[in-house]
Design a protein around this ligand. Structure first.
Ligand code: MEV
Length: 318
């Protein structure tokens, strides 16, 4: 069972996240609501005498930097960017990462990883980086991972509290509004078992939008208005209303074609077992779904398990 909380963060922790409302539309300047998954990624640095090594045991990753220049591991690009930006490319080190969040599951694992590593480097080399710098650097990493990220994943990964987010423009910083929840938020997160790259899903929505810009504009505006109503429901603890908004938002995410067979099945199972709302979270096309389950988290988890899906209770305090 995962413990999802609004909390102060440890030096080397990057938080995972779930988006409650607003994914994809947030890439086009609309609002999104997200809450952190506590302690998703924890990184640690030790000195080495033979180069730069990256270990992520739970993802089966074991890489030495610059050992296969013709076929670099995807992690190498991220770590190289971080080390170059921090002026640490001449150091020798072992970067060990404890990742408690599934990869490619729409839960912000890439951003949590970047934040965890930057924080661990900050601590080990005493770099004095503030949260803003950590967030900015993780955003650069997200551009490598996602192509055109809104910045919401790295922001939650860095600050670790529930937010209303709107991406920044050229001369305008991103909106990061810290939210206080009306009551602990009782979620279930289910995993479809299908890995899906946010990069691909964002590109897919971009291609579809290009063909029908007016239609997509309206869908994004509709999602924006649902998200802003969702912020109010979240702050007053009105789970009936939040659940309804999640269900309507799922209809719009279907219109964007970012759901999949497994997610749809999990949504039906959750709703039939009393979830007030259920939807895709994050990039979609696989990955994870969320269900709002006050008083019946265990019932919904058992029903999902019976249907063959992994699921966990995540209660957001704050
Ligand atoms: C990914 O967690 C959420 C998306 O909206 C992409 C982004 O905001 O960068 C799909």
């Amino acid at each position: 069972m995962a413990d999802l909380e609004n909390t102060t963060h440890d030096f080397s922790v990057g938080h995972g996240k779930v988006i409650l409302l607003g994914e994809h539309a947030v890439v086009y300047g609309r609002h999104a609501l997200a809450v952190p998954v506590r302690l998703a990624v924890k990184a640690n640095i030790t000195d080495s005498d033979d180069g730069i090594h990256i270990y992520i045991p739970s993802w089966g990753t074991q890489v030495q930097l610059q050992q296969s220049p013709d076929n670099p591991h995807p992690m190498e690009e991220t770590v190289t960017l971080i080390l170059e930006q921090l002026g640490l490319m001449d150091q020798q080190m072992k970067i060990e990462v404890n990742a408690n969040v599934n990869r490619a599951a729409g839960m912000g694992s890439s951003a949590a990883l970047a934040v965890g590593i930057v924080r661990a480097l900050n601590q080990h080399y005493q770099l004095n980086l503030n949260d803003h710098r950590v967030n900015t650097l993780a955003f650069e990493c997200e551009k490598l991972a996602h192509g055109n990220p809104s910045g919401i994943d790295n922001t939650v990964a860095t600050y670790g509290y529930p937010i209303l987010f709107k991406k920044g423009k050229k001369n305008e910083p991103a909106l990061i509004e810290k939210l206080t929840l009306g009551a602990p938020l009782p979620l279930v997160v289910g995993y479809s078992g299908v890995e899906s790259l946010t990069l691909k899903m964002v590109a897919r929505v971009a291609a579809a939008r290009k063909k029908n810009p007016a239609i997509y504009q309206q869908i994004f505006d509709f999602i924006d208005s649902i998200t802003l109503q969702g912020r109010d429901a979240l702050q007053t603890g009105d789970w009936q209303q939040l659940g309804e908004l999640m269900n309507v938002c799922q209809g719009l995410l279907n219109a964007l074609q970012v759901s999949c067979w497994e997610i749809e099945e999990m949504i039906q199972v959750a709703r039939q077992n009393g979830a007030l709302g259920a939807k895709v979270t994050g990039g979609g096309g696989g990955g994870a779904f969320i269900a709002l389950c006050p008083g019946n988290q265990q019932t919904v988890i058992e029903a999902l398990n019976e249907a063959g899906y992994q699921a966990m209770e995540v209660t957001v305090n704050g």
